[in-house]
Design a protein around this ligand. Structure first.
Ligand SMILES: [Zn+2]
Ligand SMILES: [Zn+2]
Ligand SMILES: [Zn+2]
Length: 284
């Protein structure tokens, strides 16, 4: 399908969703999205990773670029500190490090301002990927693909680690073998998310950041990186099928910061029993 036709198909589907109500927007991440002038995200993915992570990041970028709504440059020349992984405006920063026994394989965080994503980060935890049960190509590619997918605004298709419901990387799965790439449904969701018309000024205050295109594009630092513990992510706003909190929200430096966590399935449960399970960001 041509870009134009896909765009129109997306716009039609958006109208259908609007008529049917929000329940059908099943795995968008609470309507979070980048501001785009024409429905195509050109935010570069900046690779700060080391070793074998680099080809995985590159593959994930090319996989997401198969969407008619994503055209991200892969920038191999990241200069971020991998432990801190600072938010840089108009970029997705990908980092790896031995972040320690945090309980998670990967986290994706987005910073929002004026109703739009203005920066994203992905952190990949070498501490857990060194354990034999996660030290395999499928798990590593799945998590790389999934966290970058979150940075574009996608949620999960399935949040039950005991099942393998799809062939998408946007899944908690019992078997990662066929879940290393996006599937058709992820691309359809991107059509929905980015098929909407921004309609000129959004009136959301603050205005959109200046466009930043192409290789080596480096925006300004937002002045923080997202930490590695639940205490630093804010309040839980989403839960997986086992009622473990997996989406968190806080405010840092004037930005709303949302973090999506891929827990290591067999890590010690770290639930949040004091928090009512309101599922407000979780429509599955
Ligand atoms: Zn879905
Ligand atoms: Zn928008
Ligand atoms: Zn996830």
């Amino acid at each position: 399908m041509t870009l134009k036709n896909r765009f129109l198909a997306g716009a039609t589907a958006v109208a259908a969703i609007a008529a049917a109500g929000p329940a059908l927007a099943d795995h968008a991440w609470s309507n979070y999205h980048w501001s785009t002038p024409d429905g195509v995200v050109t935010i570069p993915v900046v690779d700060n990773t080391t070793g074998d992570w680099r080809p995985r990041v590159q593959l994930a970028v090319s996989d997401w670029n198969k969407s008619a709504h994503i055209d991200s440059a892969y920038d191999p020349n990241g200069t971020n500190n991998n432990r801190r992984c600072s938010m840089i405006q108009d970029t997705i920063q990908v980092c790896n490090s031995a972040y320690g026994n945090t309980g998670w394989l990967g986290i994706a965080s987005i910073s929002l301002s004026g109703g739009h994503i203005v920066a994203g980060t992905t952190k990949l935890n070498d501490t857990y990927f060194a354990y034999p049960q996660y030290n395999n190509e499928a798990d590593k590619q799945l998590v790389t693909c999934q966290e970058i997918g979150h940075d574009y605004g996608l949620g999960h298709q399935n949040e039950d680690f005991n099942t393998d419901a799809t062939d998408s990387c946007m899944e908690y799965t019992s078997d990662s073998t066929n879940n290393t790439q996006p599937d058709f449904h992820d691309y359809a969701m991107l059509d929905l998310i980015y098929g909407h018309n921004e309609g000129g000024t959004t009136g959301g205050g603050g205005g959109d950041p200046a466009p930043c295109k192409g290789r080596g594009c480096k925006g300004k630092s937002l002045g923080f990186g997202v930490g590695n513990t639940q205490a630093e992510w804010g309040r839980a706003v989403g839960y997986d099928a086992q009622n473990r909190p997996n989406v968190f929200k806080t405010n840092i430096n004037g930005y709303e910061v949302v973090t999506h966590v891929t827990w290591a399935p067999d890590a010690r449960r770290n639930t949040d029993p004091g928090n009512p399970h309101d599922h407000d960001d979780h429509t599955h």
